[in-house]
Design a protein around this ligand. Structure first.
Ligand code: FBP
Length: 547
């Protein structure tokens, strides 16, 4: 691999560890835990992994010396820092016993099922320290949920004498990690399964997980790009920029970027849902801001749009729910029909209200909602051009208002989608440290015989020394939800809370940001330099932790 100058210099960075993970480690166990909802059902489904205590690692007097081979899997979308989780696991496991081996299953959970793996050597791992991406072993979205897959998995785990598997993934992947842990525990297979909280979306968080890794770096990258666009907009003063931001469901990314860059408008999907807003109301809200700024001679601005918005518009959300059921029950009847026949089939099978909503959507959006799902059953919102949809509708609304004499400006739009640009960036100091600590925690959960746990690190707004590492039973974060037409145990997704500190902060400022030009230009991530620039956490995390 030919390395960039930054990569070479960055390879020398030694991630900082919390005190509890620096030397010999002792386990402090908390009280037994309960799931966040549907306790009876979750307990019944996970008899071997339910109710376990929270774990904290504190300085101890005896170093772990476990003999254990470990398998690691990167699952789902890339998030900056994944390589450092693996480095943390590798260093900790080798420190326990240099004869221990770490294997990487290739291209996601499918690597375990299909027996595709490599052994990670020290030389190989060194090439990936503090780098972005998941290219060390690749990632994939294969859903681990069938007994056949678990049984294929155990064959290779036995062959390689692997006693523990770490699945680095988001809410769905960690749900599957828990199901796998329960299955192997029930069968007494002697294989532990540990999860790690990954996703740039920031929606894998709760009382135990302050943030998922990758959110910090990805939002800093997007905020840099948004700031650059704001400055361009303010220089040329002739375009409105409509920027869609990744984040499949929750609007954490859009909200964080808004707090960092102070755009004119940021739509928050969760608010749209709570206020039962229609697409037309959202369009009017944006068009009004455009018209007001035009009155002041400002025919430019920046609008942030979370990519999950479409699913949160209540009428469209109801349509998607019915489409999910239709897809589960009759998808095979219409999936191979031509476009027109498909549309006709769907319209004929939907309820009247949902058929009406479906009929009003542009063809490509309707098609995306009715057909393509990822392996976890999610609508592939990254493929829907919401930014274009909204700006076209805003242009039409402004043209109407112009005729009525209500708008006197000039409207020209530019469109952007920031998502993939941020997922493989070189991890910020925060993510480099956080991920390495998560890896070391995962290794210590393994050394202490734990299974069905997720590695966690808390107190993240404090200096790294004071971070608290440990583990949370995955069942503690679960409840029952309807997925693909069936009730399933899943980790509850964390959406933006409208009474939470980050959203409240945004509400205090948004009126001023909408009319005035209050842009902030954060600039690129800094890896060396003043700590207040290099080591700062996200606004979301610091506002939440200060609340
Ligand atoms: P994870 O939930 O797996 O971390 O993925 C997050 C994400 O980046 C979403 O923000 C986005 O909607 C999706 O992945 C895109 O998926 P893909 O990489 O398959 O196009």
């Amino acid at each position: 691999m030919k390395k960039s100058l930054l990569q070479k210099a960055r390879a020398l960075y030694q991630p900082k560890l919390p005190k509890g993970l620096q030397g010999a480690i002792k386990v402090k166990e908390g009280d037994p835990t309960q799931s966040v909802g549907d306790q009876d059902e979750i307990k019944k489904l996970f008899p071997n992994t339910y109710g376990m205590p929270l774990i904290e690692f504190v300085p101890g007097d005896k170093s772990a010396d476990s003999a254990v081979n470990v398998g690691v899997i990167l699952s789902g979308g890339q998030a900056p820092g994944g390589h450092n989780v693996i480095c943390g696991i590798f260093d900790a496991v080798k420190k326990m016993n240099p004869a221990n081996k770490v294997y990487g299953f290739l291209m996601g959970p499918g690597g375990l099922v299909d027996h595709n793996y490599i052994e990670l050597t020290s030389e190989f791992v060194d090439d990936y320290r503090n780098t972005g991406g998941f290219d060390m072993i690749g990632s994939g979205r294969t859903k681990l949920e069938e007994v056949g897959q678990f049984e294929k998995g155990i064959e290779i785990l036995r062959e390689l004498d692997i006693k523990a598997v770490v699945i680095i993934g988001g809410d769905d992947s960690n749900t599957n990690a828990c199901v796998l842990a329960e299955y192997y525990a029930a069968k007494n297979y002697g294989v532990q399964v540990i999860g790690c909280p990954k996703t740039i979306d920031g929606d894998l968080k709760n009382d135990q997980i302050e943030t998922s890794f990758g959110f910090d770096t990805a939002t800093k990258v997007y905020a840099e790009l948004i700031g650059n666009i704001e400055r361009d907009a303010n220089s040329a003063r002739k375009y409105w920029h409509f920027i869609k931001l990744m984040g499949r469901s929750a609007s954490h990314i859009a909200l964080e970027c808004a707090l960092q860059t102070q755009p004119n408008i940021c739509i928050v999907s969760e608010e749209v849902e709570a206020k039962d807003m229609t697409l037309n109301q959202i369009v009017e809200q944006i068009a009004s801001a455009v018209a007001q700024r035009a009155e002041d001679g400002n025919n430019f601005g920046v609008v942030l749009i979370p990519e999950g918005l479409i699913e949160f518009i209540p009428a469209i959300g109801r349509l998607i729910d019915e489409l999910n059921d239709l897809l589960a029950a009759h998808g095979s009847d219409y999936k191979d029909l031509d476009k027109d026949a498909q549309r006709a089939y769907i319209l004929a099978h939907l309820s009247k209200e949902n058929a009406e909503t479906f009929a009003t959507l542009p063809e490509d959006v309707a098609r995306q909602l009715s057909l393509d799902r990822d392996p976890h059953g999610n609508v592939q919102v990254s493929l829907i051009e919401t930014e274009k949809l909204l700006s076209d509708m805003v242009a039409a609304k402004l043209a109407e208002w112009k005729k009525e004499g209500k708008y006197v400006g000039h409207f020209a739009a530019q469109h952007h989608f920031f998502g993939y640009e941020g997922r493989c960036a070189a991890p910020s100091n925060f993510d480099a440290d956080y991920c390495y600590a998560l890896g070391v925690s995962a290794a210590n959960l393994i050394a202490n015989g734990k299974t069905g746990y997720m590695a966690i690190v808390k107190n993240l707004s404090a200096p790294t020394d004071e971070w608290k590492a440990g583990g949370v039973p995955i069942t503690m974060m679960m409840n029952m939800e309807r997925r693909n037409g069936e009730m399933k145990p899943v980790i509850r997704k964390a959406l933006v809370e409208l009474d939470g500190a980050p959203f409240k902060k945004f509400c205090q400022c948004r009126e001023e940001w909408s009319r005035e030009t209050c842009f902030v230009y954060p600039g690129p991530i800094q890896y060396w330099g003043p700590a207040e620039v290099c080591d700062r956490d996200t606004r979301t995390l610091s506002l939440e932790n200060a609340a």
